[in-house]
Design a protein around this ligand. Structure first.
Ligand code: PAF
Length: 285
C-alpha cells in the first residue's frame, strides 16, 4: 500500500493502474476509520482491482462553530486499518494541496438541502459537494463508495453526479452498527459513558417508527409525533427529527414509496445522526 500526498502522485498511481486494465474503486473519508469505513473499502475491494482511499478533513464542510479543530485524527492508526482492509493507495493531501488559494468558486446545492442536516448546518452540503467533486476529478474512479448513514449526503452526491454528468457510479453501502444498534461514527468517541449507554435509543426510536409505517400507518404527522415522543425521553437534545420521501427528501403528509426516518441528536460533546429507510411497498431496507 502506498501513501501519496499530492494530486499529481495519486493521478499517476491511478493512470498506471488503468493502463494495466484495472478498474478503480474509490472511498472518500475524513479519516479516523471505523468498521463503517472498512465495509466501504471491502465493497470497493470486492468490485474493483485497485482501491483508492482518501483521508482529508475538509474545512469547507464545517461551520464556524463546529468541530473542525477537534475532529478526531489518527493517521498511523488509519494507515494500519486501510492496509488490512486491502487499500492500494491512500491519498492524504494537506489543506494547501486541496485548496492552494481561496476557492474561486464552489458548488451550491439547491435541492434537498432545506431539510435534515442541510437546515441545521447551513453551507455544509456545499462544502461536501465541492470537495467530493474535486476528489472525483482528481481520482477519476469507476465507482465511489459512500455510507447510507449519511443518507442526505448520499442523495445529494448522486444528484450532483447526475446534474454534472460525472462519469462515475455512486455506490451506497448499508450503515454498520455496534451490537446494541448504535450507528458507527468517528464522533462516537466523544460520548461520555452515560451518553454512550443511552445512545442506541435513537435507532430503537427509528425502528419503532418504521414498524408503525410497515404496519399500515402512513400519516407523516403521526409517525413524527411518535418519534418526538420517544426521543423526548432522552437526556440530550433533538436537533431534528423528520420523516421524508427518499431520495427526493420531499415532505408529504401521505407517505408512500421509499421513506426516510432521520434524526440528529445532541449530546454534551457529540452530535449523532442516524436514519432508517423503509419501502412501503416492499418492506424495510
Ligand atoms: O462522509 C464523509 O466523511 C465526508 O463528508 C466526505 C464524503 C469524505 C467529504 O468530505
Amino acid at each position: 500500500m502506498k501513501v501519496v500526498e499530492t494530486i499529481k502522485a495519486v493521478r499517476n498511481e491511478v493512470i498506471a493502474a488503468k493502463q494495466t486494465g484495472f478498474s478503480i474503486g474509490f472511498v472518500p473519508t475524513m479519516g479516523y476509520l471505523h468498521e463503517g469505513h472498512v465495509s466501504l473499502i471491502e465493497a470497493a475491494r470486492k468490485d474493483h482491482d485497485f482501491v483508492v482511499l482518501s483521508i482529508f478533513v475538509n474545512p469547507l464542510q464545517f461551520g464556524p462553530n463546529e468541530d473542525l479543530d477537534r475532529y478526531p485524527r489518527d493517521f498511523q492508526r488509519d494507515e494500519k486499518i486501510a492496509q488490512k482492509a486491502g487499500v492500494d493507495v491512500i491519498f492524504y493531501p494537506s489543506v494547501h494541496e486541496m485548496y492552494p488559494t481561496n476557492m474561486p468558486m464552489s458548488i451550491h446545492v439547491t435541492s434537498g438541502v432545506d431539510v435534515l442536516c442541510g437546515s441545521s448546518r447551513p453551507g455544509h452540503f456545499d462544502g461536501v459537494a465541492t470537495v467530493v467533486m474535486k476528489l472525483l476529478q482528481i481520482v477519476q474512479p469507476n465507482e465511489a463508495y459512500f455510507g447510507q448513514k449519511d443518507a442526505q449526503q448520499l442523495a445529494i452526491i448522486m444528484n450532483m453526479v447526475e446534474a454534472f454528468n460525472v462519469p462515475v457510479n455512486i455506490h451506497g453501502c448499508p450503515t454498520v452498527r455496534e451490537e446494541d444498534g448504535l450507528a458507527k461514527s468517528s464522533r462516537n468517541v466523544y460520548l461520555t459513558n452515560e451518553d454512550r449507554a443511552e445512545a442506541p435509543f435513537l435507532y430503537e426510536a427509528l425502528k419503532e417508527g418504521a414498524n408503525l409505517i410497515l404496519s399500515g400507518e402512513t400519516r407523516r404527522s403521526v409517525i413524527l409525533a411518535e418519534l418526538e415522543n420517544r426521543l423526548g425521553t432522552g437526556s440530550g437534545r433533538i436537533d431534528y427529527v423528520d420523516v421524508l420521501r427518499y431520495p427526493s427528501l420531499e415532505q408529504s403528509e401521505q407517505l408512500s414509496g421509499k421513506v426516510i426516518l432521520a434524526v440528529a441528536y445532541f449530546y454534551k460533546n457529540a452530535r449523532l445522526i442516524d436514519n432508517y429507510i423503509v419501502d412501503i411497498q416492499e418492506g424495510e431496507k
